[in-house]
Design a protein around this ligand. Sequence first.
Ligand code: GUN
Ligand code: ZN
Length: 427
Amino acid sequence: MTATLHLGQTLSFSDDPFHAGIDAARHHRNGGIVVENGKIAAVGSADELKREGLAEVDHGDKLIVAGFVDAHVHYPQTAMIASWGKRLIDWLNTYTFPEESRFKDRAYADDIAGRYLDILLANGTTTVCSYCTIHPESVDAFFTAAEARGMRVLAGKTCMDRNAPDTLRDTAQSAYDDSKRLLQHWHGRGRASYVITPRFSPTSTPEQLQALGDLWAEHPDCLMQTHLSEQVDEIAWVKSLFPKARDYLDTYEAFGLLGTNGLYGHAIYLEPREHARLSEVDAALVHCPTSNTFIGSGLFDMGGLKRAGMRVGLATDTGGGSSFSMLRTMAAAYEVGQLKDRPLHPAELLWLATQGSARSLRLDDTIGNLAPGLEADFVVLDLASTPAISQRSERADDIWEALFPTIMMGDDRAIAATYVAGAKAGA
Ligand code: GUN
Ligand code: ZN
């Protein structure tokens, strides 16, 4: 396959800007990336990279960045996003569970999975880590749709054997058996990774949590994803269901579901013991800011958790989240940061949406940055995609002032192109 040089502005990272400061970001005003065989072969200034015989795609003054990585989503909630007026438990019972019940029908699951992934690509997201439903069909549909688009995705069958309608309950044994079969089929196949997925401790019996803990012990290279300490009412419910547990995290820890490849969504109300244990095992947390405001959950402590050295990813959490866009999600993370007295710099926001999320998924050596050897998933951003954004970015003195209006006000119109493993999506 011939190599292609993509010319434009480029922005990449040599380190985590939360720790290394914004000098960790590398900006080339006249830059480029060379893509060969689906991977990034070189990143640098246009002058350094140009050579005879190299195909060129000139993106002008648009900005090339890594494709966005959304570390926590529920693709089956695509069709019920933006459902009004409920908080977590009522929202699940009223809107979510009836919709998820439909995914037993493979044709329906295929339709939503395809629709969802096309929306993602239009929004510049090239990797997601998704919950499916209890139905194996929903997992097959999702991985099949991602494979057809060449996307690197992570997903798993959502397991629930209590506190859910009949149509959405499995058992401890069937959750183990189905998850194992799906894992053996999909994990490591092409760009797919299987994720062991107990929904959250209120919808799993101790027997089911233990069965999934056993499965994880058999496959420790897999990620395990679940929800943790999202809403005050939820935490009280967990306490009543697990009276012997020291805290919410203990309802996972006691059954082998705390580990270094664990991915814990929300994590807003952590007790000191939970904080210490998550830190000790180097588990990852996922910040879902549009969801946390939409469902009224609370304010994630990004500053404190990053200072403590935790790995943190960023996510839409659709359909609890109110947008498929990681730009909108960065904006919400900024706003939540302001409410917590820790305004996030645009470099930190972009890092979270790319390398930070990739790191939470243990994929930072594979995706989430512009660097030689990484897979060529990248986005071309138009920093003047609407009149309102354009009139602001025109006055910018540096790349951060030029980028921030797109982070705060941008949407899919700012995504000039999305490339997956070097190929233009939708072309
Ligand atoms: N907790 C358990 N299930 C869910 C879900 O689908 N969305 C959110 N936001 N929280 C959850
Ligand atoms: Zn979720």
